[in-house]
Every structure is written in structure tokens, then in C-alpha cells.
Unconditional design. Structure first.
Length: 177
């Protein structure tokens, strides 16, 4: 079997409504992260409530406020490109949120659960950093400068949230866990 034949044997057949160009893929990805951010506005308060230190609670609550702002930014991006703001289930974020909930159930409240919440939170932030990094690059590629700059603002917030969680973990929780 030739390389081309092998490739087509494993090739995924596209759905009839598949994205035809980068712009459509960009819009699909916006809908995905729009769902993810909305889901996080429900998950973050739960994580904050289960954190045992004021520091971790505050970090999660502050990021909830930022997340609400990120949702408005996404709505602005949809408006800029004349698309309806629509949420499409993000299986990845649903899974990450589920994992965080599982960790909370599998740990007693305190240092160990805090370490689990931080780990879950950082997985979420890393997923968001990857997503917004891609969205910024695609917006630039598509010549959507205003959208790129809005998405870039969110990207920086996600990076800062990740760093904040690392800092909290280093400054004690992980050491005492
Ligand atoms: Fe976010
Ligand atoms: Fe996603
Ligand atoms: Zn997804
Ligand atoms: Fe985030």
C-alpha cells in the first residue's frame, strides 16, 4: 500500500456542514470557547467554594470576574464579524470541568483538595491559552485586527491566571499537602 493510500484509509470523512475555509473554522472555534467560558462561570464558583484558603478563593473569584468579561469580549468579536453569538459544546472543557469535580469528590477539604483544585484550574487555563493563542493567530491571518486584539487581551488574562495559580501552589499548598 502506498503512503497516499494509507493516509486515505485513515482519513476522516467530513460532515456535509464542515467548515470550508479558515474563516468558518475560526467561527466554529469561537462558538466552542464561548460555550467553554460560559461553563466556567458555573464551575469557578464551585471551585472557589471548595478552596480552603482565602488566597486560592480570591484568585478563583477574581478569575470568575475576568471570565465574565471574556464572554463579553467574545460577543464583541461575534459582532465584529457579523456572526450570531452562539455556544457549541466544548467536549474538552466539559471533560476538564468533570475532572475537577471528580478531584473534589475524591479529596477531603483542605490542603490536598486545594492542590487538586489548583491542578484542575491550571489544566483549564492551559486549554484556554492554547485556544486563544490559535484564535489570535487565525484572526491575524484573516486580517481581523480588532478581533485579534480583543482575543489577545483574553489570552494575556489566561496566562496571568495560570501564573497566579502556580504562585499559590509554590507558596505553600503543594509543600504542605
Ligand atoms: Fe477564560
Ligand atoms: Fe474547545
Ligand atoms: Zn471543544
Ligand atoms: Fe481562564
Amino acid at each position: 500500500m502506498s503512503t497516499t493510500e494509507k493516509a486515505s484509509a485513515n482519513g476522516v470523512k467530513a460532515k456535509s456542514d464542515a467548515a470550508k475555509d479558515l474563516k468558518e473554522l475560526f467561527v466554529d472555534s469561537l462558538k466552542d470557547i464561548y460555550w467553554a467560558e460560559k461553563a466556567l462561570t458555573k464551575a469557578l464558583p464551585k471551585m472557589a467554594k471548595n478552596a480552603s484558603t482565602k488566597k486560592l478563593q480570591t484568585a478563583l473569584e477574581d478569575h470568575l470576574t475576568e471570565t465574565e468579561n471574556q464572554i463579553s469580549r467574545l460577543e464583541q468579536v461575534f459582532e465584529l464579524i457579523d456572526e450570531k453569538a452562539e455556544a457549541k459544546k466544548c467536549d474538552a472543557m466539559a471533560g476538564l470541568i468533570q475532572e475537577s469535580e471528580d478531584i473534589m469528590k475524591e479529596t477531603e477539604s483542605g490542603k490536598v483538595r486545594d492542590a487538586g483544585i489548583i491542578a484542575g484550574g491550571q489544566k483549564v487555563e492551559h486549554y484556554e491559552i492554547a485556544t486563544y493563542g490559535t484564535l489570535v493567530a487565525w484572526a491575524e491571518e484573516l486580517g481581523l485586527d480588532e478581533a485579534a486584539s480583543l482575543l489577545g487581551e483574553t489570552l494575556e488574562e489566561e496566562k496571568a491566571a495560570d501564573l497566579k495559580l502556580s504562585e499559590i501552589a509554590m507558596k505553600g499548598i503543594n509543600k504542605k499537602a
